[in-house]
Design a protein around this ligand. Structure first.
Ligand SMILES: [Zn+2]
Ligand SMILES: [Zn+2]
Length: 444
């Protein structure tokens, strides 16, 4: 049976559905709002990954194919184990060594430059200044623990913090230091600053389309990052790759090259471009190597975070939470449509349902609930076809769903009470309104 033969029905089929006959003689269900496709032969499923021409495109294709094979090999390995566990291999050791070399370069550059500044002649001191400035640019980036407009403190959202603390306690990790609730369709967990304080960011666009138990699964996955042994998020590797990323951006030749009529400026720009191109290419290459060498440990850590989510919220809730991730384009589509309607309403000054009482999140939930199962299935198959994942650090979503299916089913360790769910809804009222305003006034 195909991997998606057991997709759970999260919504009822809409009345608007109409059946048509595919060329393979299967009845293909169609909703006029979505693409008509055939689940049996995958006719009209959606665009296949681009086949590119040219030597560099072929090289890129070959690289992608190698990545895909590595990701699938890793999946086969992990699905054969009873549970995921943190992993250290030769590639991990190489990545840690590269990060060490980056930190060492910065340290040597900084101390060498200070020595030149103290002991050198005027010209040598100038070199010291340049060296020291470079070391400052390359310095380890620890991030800054900062509250912003999306931050909620414990008195503003005691129940949300309470649920987060329960999930953290269940996984044996420290309670979160700060929760942010932002408009996006995602969630994240990270540690920042010298004190490595933890910040959990909940994207409302994702949170709103999840059921309460799926939200617990989402928190389970995010807190899973605090104990899944993902070295990419550790101080050593993360600060090295952040430093390299800023160095990569700083040395991007197009930053300095402008078309000027003045020949001296042009010569100056061309020289700067030539001087920048080598460090730019070199940092790009080191970043690529770091990505390659941490791919396996990183993806293992993500599968482990999903296993931990299942332990906290149940396998079923984790699976359906993961399924919701492929609806990102639907959310984007609704935001775009509502932004345009809102703009038109403002310009024609019509005071209608699109006025101040308009609830974007309610509209989003209704729209997502109305998406028929065939369209959800199509999104899942397209996601698998493209090996799509929520970002470059996560394994393809369809493989995460498949692993959740293959693991022995787990019951929820944490379930939410109705009163708790309602209390969190109330706590989020103000931030929901702010986030809706941000979505509707942005350039979607
Ligand atoms: Zn067909
Ligand atoms: Zn993750």
């Amino acid at each position: 049976m195909c991997a998606y033969g057991m997709i759970s029905v999260m919504t009822s089929l809409p009345a608007a559905s109409a059946d048509s006959l595919c060329s393979c003689s299967t009845r293909a269900s169609a909703d006029p709002r979505f693409v008509t496709w055939c689940p049996a032969c995958e006719g009209n499923l959606g665009p296949a990954p681009d086949a590119q021409r040219g030597r560099s495109a072929r090289r890129q294709d070959a690289r992608r194919a190698a990545d895909r094979a590595a990701v699938e090999r890793l999946y086969a390995e992990i699905s054969g184990e009873a549970t995921s566990r943190p992993w250290r291999d030769g590639a991990w050791f190489t990545a840690m060594t590269i990060a060490g070399a980056v930190h060492l370069t910065t340290a040597v550059l900084a101390t060498g430059s200070v020595w030149l500044l103290v002991n050198g002649t005027f010209l040598i001191r100038f070199l010291g200044v340049v060296g020291f400035a470079t070391a400052v640019l390359l310095r380890p980036r620890l991030g800054r623990f900062r509250r912003d407009e999306w931050s909620l403190n414990r008195t503003e959202a005691p129940h949300l913090y309470g649920i987060a603390n329960r999930v953290a306690a269940e996984l044996g990790v420290r309670p979160v230091d700060l929760i942010r609730v932002a408009p996006e369709f995602n969630a994240s967990y990270g540690k920042t600053g010298l004190r490595r304080r933890s910040v959990l960011t909940i994207g409302l666009a994702l949170w709103e389309v999840l059921t309460p138990q799926e939200r617990v699964a989402l928190l389970g996955h995010e807190f899973g990052h605090a104990r899944n042994g993902d070295s990419r998020r550790g101080l050593w590797l993360h600060s090295a790759s952040e430093a390299l990323a800023s160095w990569y951006e700083f040395t991007r030749p197009s930053r300095t090259f402008t078309t000027e009529s003045d020949p001296f400026t042009m010569i100056g720009n061309a020289t700067a471009t030539l001087l920048l191109i080598v460090p730019h290419k070199l940092t790009g290459l080191i970043l690529l190597l770091l990505h390659r060498y941490t791919l396996r440990t990183g993806q293992r850590a993500e599968y482990l975070a999903d296993d931990l989510a299942a332990r906290v919220a149940s396998s079923a809730a984790t699976r359906s939470m993961l399924e919701a991730l492929v609806l990102d384009k639907s959310v984007e589509h609704l935001f775009q449509r509502q932004t345009v309607i809102r703009r038109q309403t403002r310009s024609s000054r019509i005071n209608s349902r699109r006025g101040d009482d308009f609830d974007l999140w309610q509209e989003l939930r209704e729209y997502i609930t109305s998406i028929p199962e065939t369209e959800r299935l199509r999104r899942l198959r397209v996601s698998a076809l493209h090996m799509a994942s929520v970002d470059t650090t996560h394994p393809p979503t369809h493989l995460r769903i498949r692993l959740a299916d293959e693991r022995p089913p787990q019951e929820a360790a944490i379930t939410l009470r109705e009163t708790e769910i309602a209390a969190v809804e109330t706590e989020l009222t103000a931030v929901r309104a702010r986030a809706a305003h941000a979505v509707l006034t942005s350039n979607y």
